[in-house]
Design a protein around this ligand. Structure first.
Ligand SMILES: [Zn+2]
Length: 305
């Protein structure tokens, strides 16, 4: 599985290298017919995953929405410092059924801000209990306070569709839901199971080692398609269970490597210098974020935090 994933990654990287080359300014001696760089992708896009399940992408963020004859279940508004209208328009381009729900993936504002226009249309907002607490504590002006909270396992049934809202403990936040569509074998969960990427920056707000236990629980669930909160390399919008197993392997390898450094009395700087995890070096975020991921695990092994 690793070999296959990495062949794909390598192909993607070669692809991006070619694009990068093409985008460089043409040298003075280049013929006038030198290829012109491809235009950037449009800021929003709607992708059909199954007959009634869609991904709405808004620049670098994405949400899932589910269409039923009785109404729409939307997730994260992803409209921080920008209008929610393109998301609502994308839904209404597919169906005239009312937007009944907006479900927050977790408490982070870059995913949940901007929901007021959904609220004005009558949508009910649902989030994990800790997300509502955080929102009420920080009172961000542009985040709608959830109407209803969930914990453990809840099920939303609408127009013949079933969506499970599952809380598997602390991981990238203390309020992350795994939304599972049992019939379609799809999960939508945000920011902790990326496609071919290490964890974001210094893993702020992430619970170590709880995130590893959460990954094991998700891997044990019945599903085939992962919709993450951000596209992966090459704009890839969905992943598979391999992405979850690879992420768990990465965190376990990282943890073991950092523990070894801490046990040997090495400093943060030594650990960053010493550790390389070549199995994951093809992931585009590896180079920039591995050192910060190392520091996060260093704190865990060295200070117990
Ligand atoms: Zn987040």
């Amino acid at each position: 599985m690793w070999r296959m994933s990495f062949a794909a990654v390598t192909a993607a990287l070669i692809g991006s290298a070619l694009v990068a080359q093409a985008q460089q300014p043409a040298p003075a001696q280049a013929p006038a017919s030198a290829p012109v760089a491809a235009p950037p992708p449009p800021p929003t896009a709607t992708t059909k995953v199954t007959d009634n399940v869609y991904i709405f992408r808004y620049v670098g963020h994405q949400s899932m929405f589910i269409v039923t004859p009785a109404g729409v279940i939307a997730t994260d508004p992803i409209s921080e410092r920008r209008p929610a209208k393109p998301y609502i328009d994308a839904i209404q381009a597919v169906t005239k059924a009312p937007i009944k729900y907006v479900i927050y993936s977790h408490s982070h504002f870059d995913h949940i801000a901007g929901g007021q226009p959904f609220k004005d249309l009558g949508a009910k907002f649902i989030a994990q209990r800790n997300a509502k607490e955080r929102i009420q504590e920080l009172k961000p002006a542009d985040v709608v306070v959830p109407d209803q909270v969930v914990d453990g396992k809840s099920v939303i049934s609408l127009g013949g569709e079933t969506l499970e809202l599952l809380y598997v403990g602390k991981n990238h936040s203390d309020s992350t839901l795994v939304m599972r569509l049992p019939k379609e074998k799809i999960i939508f969960t945000v920011d902790w199971i990326p496609i071919q990427a290490v964890q974001f920056r210094g893993m702020a707000d992430t619970y170590v080692p709880d995130i590893e236990d959460g990954l094991k629980k998700v891997i044990a669930m019945d599903w085939q398609t992962l919709i993450p909160g951000h596209p992966g390399p090459g704009g890839k919008q969905t992943g598979t269970k391999d992405d979850a197993t690879n992420q768990l392997a990465y965190l376990q390898d990282l943890s073991a490597a950092v523990k070894k450094e801490v046990d040997a009395g090495k400093s943060y700087d030594d650990a960053v210098k010493d550790i390389s995890l070549p199995k994951y070096a093809a992931w585009p975020s590896y180079k920039n974020f591995l050192p910060m991921n190392i520091e996060r695990y260093y704190d865990f092994w060295n200070r117990g935090i």
